[in-house]
Design a protein around this ligand. Structure first.
Ligand code: HEM
Length: 537
């Protein structure tokens, strides 16, 4: 039996939320001051709320909340710089101040929503005035990037409609072999790395496997076959890290400085490298469309012919058929792969971690996995039948429970129109609302003993008895995650393949890695696993 000790995410911890908040506040305060003297600082005045029985401003002012620092630009930021971590502070404030409370961040007003019904009010809303992402989120994306994640209003609506189809379950089913091809490669790479028996870092291999799956499904091309996968993946990483460098160097938010910075040059260099790869992909599709003599849009981008709705069209093909420009398509693919990669690979690691800590649950999952993989009617040359994947019910519940304990998402919206929460509370425009999945997922009213790992919380009868918005790893409603089904499939295939090939354990105790939860996206501390190869598989 070979044993390998593996480090995942040896992260410096610089992305800790509290540190981020502190640095960000100082510089944002300066920027804000500049803004106040400029046009952008002027606020719309809302003094008429026709048809509302409540005055939203009065109701808002009556909300409880921690006392902000007298200087509004600092507001409540300091309340979250705490040893217990910012997320725990949010849980603590939810207990103290109840379902809705006020905060002031960087001179902006926020209402934190802590109950499923309040979360439902914003997530289910179809009012375009409730679709704008929070100011902080908006600032993080470079101004010249486009895409569904960034769009609001009609642009968002049209793009979401356009892109929904390639992410349907039936469409993803057509890519079933791709999941196993890329997982098989990952297992081989893991084995190669472990062969010398030393401590190894493997998060790159998990990430690459997710990247290869997602990119093949979105683009319809296996980039590893043309040797373009490494360059594309690296360029994405560079683009992401250099764009997000601004969080720790907020002066880069000043456009004049940004366009002259080395970070900007590196993002442009990365974009050009990705462009080179996508141009090859476009060429393949253009030839196909040429052959089909497809003309679906006129020079002004009006649809002149009904665009066929074929489930086999990949995301790129759909966008080409709708007449999007190459820049628009590249932006969409880059943004999509960025959000897809970081979230899904971290979710895989959290799921593995929970199963490594809770060996008894891992064993049940493995028995389930073995039963399905050992059935020749369900396993054809290492590719599990798409329907058979649904039989991995226990594993599914463990993944759901892992996403409950370690959710990666939150929802922030800046309101352009009032939002009714209930009969007494209407939140006024210009206020941002914030829903933190971590807080809802740790509410003992819906998840008794919330720190306990208990996959049975996701038994159908328990799910039915619970408020639909108590569990929101991908959020719900019109702006919910487009890639949810893809992410869940990738998670299930990857975790089941790893369990089939390795016994996973961890020398870390759950308490030791609590700090991991404090990271914004990436774990702030290394998570260590031991992978033991299973024989005879
Ligand atoms: C475990 C993995 C993932 C998690 C936890 C996750 C979570 C989320 C959450 C919480 C949102 C909504 C944020 C909000 O309300 O503002 C979201 C939006 C989004 N996600 Fe994901 N996501 C994951 C994977 C993916 C993947 C694989 C893709 C695509 C390939 C994707 C594409 C998107 C897009 C495009 C949106 C924006 C949707 C819109 O604005 O209408 N996500 N995701």
């Amino acid at each position: 039996m070979e044993t390998n000790f593996v480090l995942v995410y040896p992260y410096s911890g610089k992305a800790l939320l509290s540190e981020f908040l502190l640095v960000f506040t100082v510089f944002l305060s300066v920027l804000k001051l500049v803004q106040v003297f400029g046009q952008n600082g002027k606020r719309k005045k809302w003094d008429k709320f026709d048809g509302l029985a409540v005055d939203p401003y009065k109701a808002y002012k009556a909300l409880p909340g921690p006392r902000p620092f007298p200087i509004r630009l600092i507001g409540n930021v300091l309340s979250f710089v705490s040893k217990t971590g910012a997320l725990n502070k949010f849980v603590e404030f939810a207990k103290k101040y109840g379902p809705c409370y006020r905060l002031v961040f960087f001179g902006e007003d926020y209402v934190v929503l802590n109950t499923p019904s309040a979360a439902q009010a914003i997530m289910l809303s179809t009012d375009p005035g409730h679709f704008r992402r929070g100011a902080i989120e908006e600032m993080l994306w470079p101004e010249d990037m486009e895409g569904l994640l960034i769009y609001t209003g009609e642009k968002w609506k049209a793009r979401k409609k356009m892109l929904t189809r390639p992410f349907l379950y039936k469409a993803l089913q057509l890519h079933n072999p791709c999941f196993y091809k890329q997982c098989g490669r990952m297992i081989k790479q893991l084995e190669e790395r472990f062969s010398n028996g030393s401590i190894q870092i493997v998060d790159d291999l998990l990430k690459q496997a997710i990247f290869r799956m997602s990119s093949e499904i979105l683009m319809g091309v296996d980039l590893s076959e043309t040797g373009d996968d490494a360059i594309f993946c690296e360029s994405l990483e560079t683009f992401m890290s250099k764009s997000f460098d601004r969080v720790f160097r907020p002066w880069l938010f000043v456009k004049w400085i940004w366009y002259r910075s080395s970070q900007y040059r590196e993002t442009q260099h990365a974009l050009r490298a990705m462009e080179k790869v996508t141009k090859k992909v476009f060429k393949k599709y253009r030839e196909k469309l040429e052959l089909e003599k497809v003309l679906t849009v006129d020079s002004e981008n009006n649809v002149v012919e009904e665009i066929p709705n074929d489930l086999s069209y990949t995301m790129i093909e759909v966008m080409l058929r709708h007449g999007l420009t190459e820049k628009q398509i590249l932006d969409e693919v880059a943004v999509m792969l960025l959000v897809a990669n970081d979230t899904t690979s971290v979710a895989v690691e959290y799921a593995l971690f929970m199963l490594a800590v809770h060996q008894e649950h891992q064993e049940i999952c493995r028995q389930e996995v073995d039963a399905v993989f050992n059935d020749p009617s369900k396993n054809k040359n290492g590719i599990l039948d798409f329907e058979a994947l649904k039989e991995l019910k226990y594993l599914e519940r463990c993944i759901q429970e892992s996403q409950r304990i370690h959710p990666l998402g939150s929802t922030m919206r800046t309101l352009d129109t009032p939002l009714r929460i209930n009969e007494e509370l209407v939140i006024p425009p210009d206020v941002s609302v914030f829903v933190l999945a971590h807080v809802l997922h740790h509410n003992p009213e819906y998840f008794p003993n919330p720190e306990k790992f208990d996959p049975d919380r996701f038994l159908p009868e328990q799910v039915r008895a619970r408020h639909n918005y108590a569990y929101i790893p991908f959020t719900h409603g019109p702006r919910a995650c487009l890639g949810m089904k893809l992410a869940l499939l990738e998670l299930k295939v990857m975790v089941s393949t790893i369990l089939r090939n390795f016994e996973v354990s961890t020398p870390d105790r759950r308490e030791d890695v609590k700090a991991v939860i404090e990271g914004i996206v990436k774990p702030a501390k290394p998570i260590r696993f031991t992978f033991k190869k299973r024989h005879g598989v």
